[in-house]
Design a protein around this ligand. Structure first.
Ligand code: ADP
Length: 332
């Protein structure tokens, strides 16, 4: 919603629409009784910019929109994109437009964190591998086969970490929110059994138990749906102990197809449950589960499920495990 307010080029806000007021937590009453003035909502650090912009407005009758902040009535700052125009020949009133860009700024911040995190997590395994390959060389020269095996295993572990991270990055790069992919009638059962078969080979030490019956038809893209299930199963593997079983179910009722991925892993705390589908969100884990993930997998999953006109949700209990359920309407 676009906030609109008019000014007399002094400290007074003459009129403001409800969108402008709610953005900064004020009411029409505050405006009438003079509580709400530009100097109250504009942080001091923008004084110089604001003056320059007023000059620009008086000179050009318009300004190039710029980013600044307003102070909300409760004290927090609201990032805004501000533009202004004046129509008056004698330049007594200006009209100011403000757009709340909090969400955009938050996404920018997460993206910066993400780039920092990815650079760090790509660099760490590389440094470790460099060190270990030096040790491996020494062990080869010394003819110590035990040490050779140990260092080769450690290098392989680092390669696995890099593999997970790079797969996540590729998934994100492959997926753009305006992506269009072809859809046709597909059997959820076939799609899942193929994905589970492939993943059983990748996670050869784990038990993936798949149950379901053929004939669960939805309109979708089997490649993308496998990508979603693969991601959920990889997470289930990542966040549960090796000796626990992961159940994958393909079910239906009269209306919908249901895909369930159930693990008996570390679970997700209630305060994190709503956020895990956000882009770049990662739960802070204990050391065992650190350094393996980029926080984009579930975001991509939820976008792909939305494209299938479906929903994805999770029930989870800390220390007990998680059940991810995807619901997609059946073809009628
Ligand atoms: P990541 O790439 O970090 O795994 P995701 O978007 O796939 O990103 O998941 C976001 C967060 O949700 C993860 O960091 C993890 O903490 C949590 N999570 C996802 N799946 C599970 C699961 N099966 N069990 C416990 N926690 C999970």
């Amino acid at each position: 919603m676009l906030g609109v307010a008019s000014t007399d080029f002094n400290d007074t806000i003459l009129h403001a629409n409800d969108a402008f007021l709610s953005m900064i937590g004020y009411t029409q009453e505050d405006l009438q009784n003079g509580t709400l003035r530009w100097s109250v909502i504009s942080p001091k650090k923008y004084d110089e910019t604001d003056e320059a912009k007023v000059e620009e407005l008086l000179r050009d009758r318009t300004i190039v929109p710029f980013e600044k902040e307003y102070i909300h009535k409760d004290g927090h700052t609201v990032p805004v994109l501000v533009g202004a125009e004046t129509f008056d020949d004698d330049l007594r009133t200006g009209v100011c437009f403000a757009l709340d860009i909090s969400e955009l700024k938050e996404l920018e911040r997460k993206k910066d964190d993400f780039i920092g995190m990815v650079s760090h997590e790509l660099k760490t395994p590389l440094s470790v591998m460099k060190l270990q390959s030096g040790f491996l060389k020494d062990a080869i020269e010394a003819g110590d086969t035990n040490e050779q095996r140990e260092f080769a295993n450690e290098i392989a572990e680092q390669i696995d970490k890099l593999d997970i991270l790079i797969t996540d990055l590729l998934n994100m790069a492959r997926y753009r929110s305006d992506d269009v992919f072809p859809v046709s009638a597909i059997d959820v059962y076939d799609c899942l059994s193929e994905a589970v078969r492939a993943l059983s080979l990748v996670h050869s030490g784990r038990t993936l138990s798949f149950e379901g019956k053929q004939g669960i038809y939805v309109r979708g893209n089997s490649g993308r749906l496998s990508q979603v299930v693969t991601n959920l199963i990889n997470n289930a593997v990542r966040y549960s102990k090796p000796d626990t079983v992961i159940h994958i179910l393909a079910e239906k009722d009269d209306q919908n197809a249901y895909i369930k991925v159930i693990d008996q892993g570390i679970g997700i705390a209630p305060e994190d449950i709503e956020k895990i589908f956000e882009r770049f969100y990662r739960v802070n884990h204990s050391d065992t589960y650190k350094n393996t993930a980029a926080g984009i997998g579930l975001y991509v999953c939820s976008e792909i499920v939305k494209y299938h006109k479906g929903t994805i949700n999770v029930e989870s209990e800390k220390g007990k495990g998680s059940t991810f359920t995807i619901t997609i309407p059946l073809i009628r």
